[in-house]
Write a new protein. Structure first.
Ligand SMILES: Nc1ncnc2c1ncn2[C@@H]1O[C@H](COP(=O)(O)OP(=O)(O)O)[C@@H](O)[C@H]1O
Ligand code: SF4
Ligand SMILES: [Mg+2]
Length: 331
């Protein structure tokens, strides 16, 4: 893997959803779903993004392809067409880049139109992004992709309800591949699937990554899901990244107090891991509408100090290369 070349640089990304209410129905507050993310995605890697439900993972994914219009930030995309800040593009000028970044959604049951055949579902992005393709070329591509994701050609004229969850996710993956994307945002692609099927879909995604030179942002709520596929992992908490590092750094030497707690609650295959001390975090995750001052994790952090209330921790790079949002720990 070439780790040197960046494909996407995310700088100070914020998504604050306005809350309206009161007598005048004006803006009375904000849901700070994503609150200043800084990270890069490198060509050919699978960057895992994990964190509890509500920490801002899906919002991040949607911001990266501008399904949401972020409140603030830069999204420097190293496209096949050159370098561009996606934040500066409107809907129309975004379209050519949209074919290079595709998304795979969590729920294979609701993300496929029940009235469309598999053929038309996979064909749709081709009609939008490849208007010069002939019907024959489209047909060849559809059948080629169906085969690549492990579906049979004779299933092309069936409807989504005739398929299992795992097969539907394969259809979603084939659809995402139609435009030859370089970057795929996969938002919990296996969370809705039976555990027995999860590994099959992850293995398929790894095979496709190699064959088609794909880069993944792979979102999951659980560290155990991304263990197999991720080269690096970003751990999110309350709209920020707590820690980002190589997978083995995160699993074997977690540094941020939140990563340590999350990992201690994760079942892992290693039998020695059972002896690991279980860290139980006190209290609930605060609301993104009313975040604590300073470090967002301070209300639950076992090593919080008085100063943690005063300043938002800088996201800094340690000697080992990992990045961390806490001034009170080191390698
Ligand atoms: N469209 C929206 N409008 C207002 N709040 C939203 C919207 N989408 C998500 N949120 C809120 O933003 C926070 C992060 O949500 P989300 O990104 O879906 O988290 P995750 O995917 O990590 O579970 C949650 O508090 C959620 O309620
Ligand atoms: S900055 Fe303070 S509260 Fe936040 S993780 Fe570090 S020690 Fe804990
Ligand atoms: Mg989500």
């Amino acid at each position: 893997m070439n780790k040197k070349k960046k494909i996407l640089e995310v700088k100070n990304l914020k998504m604050h959803f306005p809350i309206t209410g009161g007598l005048t129905n004006g803006v009375v507050g904000h849901v700070k779903a994503v609150d200043g993310l800084n990270f890069d995605i490198y060509e050919g890697e699978a960057l895992g993004m994990v964190g509890e439900s509500g920490c801002g993972k899906s919002t991040t994914g949607r911001c990266l392809i501008k399904l949401y219009e972020p409140t603030e930030g830069e999204l420097i995309f190293h496209s096949k067409r050159g370098k561009v800040d996606l934040m500066q593009l409107d809907r129309d000028s975004m379209r050519p880049y949209r074919s290079e970044i595709q998304m795979i959604f969590q729920d294979p049951y609701s993300s496929l139109n029940p009235r469309m055949t598999i053929r038309s579902i996979i064909e749709e992005p081709l009609l939008i992004h490849e208007p010069n393709m002939t019907a024959q070329e489209r047909n060849d591509k559809i059948l080629f992709l169906m085969e690549k994701v492990g579906l049979r050609k004779d299933q092309a004229d069936r409807y989504p309800h005739e398929f299992s969850g795992g097969q539907r996710q394969r259809i979603g993956i084939a659809r995402a591949l139609t435009t030859n994307p370089s970057l795929i945002i996969a938002d919990e692609p296996v969370s809705a699937l039976d555990v027995s099927v999860q590994a099959q879909v992850i293995n398929l995604m790894m095979d496709l990554q190699e064959e088609f030179n794909l880069t993944y942002l792979f979102i999951a709520h659980d560290l155990s899901v991304v263990e197999h596929i991720s080269t690096r992992i970003a751990v999110m908490y309350l709209g920020n990244i707590a820690e980002l590092g190589e997978s083995d750094q995160i699993y074997n030497q977690p540094t941020h107090p939140y990563t340590k707690a999350l990992l201690s609650a994760t079942p892992v295959a290693d039998p020695r891991a059972d002896k690991k001390e279980r860290i139980i975090l006190e209290g609930d995750v605060p609301s993104p509408t009313d975040k604590p001052s300073g470090c967002g994790f301070r209300t639950r952090c076992p090593i919080a100090q008085a100063s943690c209330a005063d300043e938002i921790p800088e996201f800094r790079t340690l000697e080992s290369g990992r990045e961390i949002a806490c001034p009170h720990v080191s390698d």
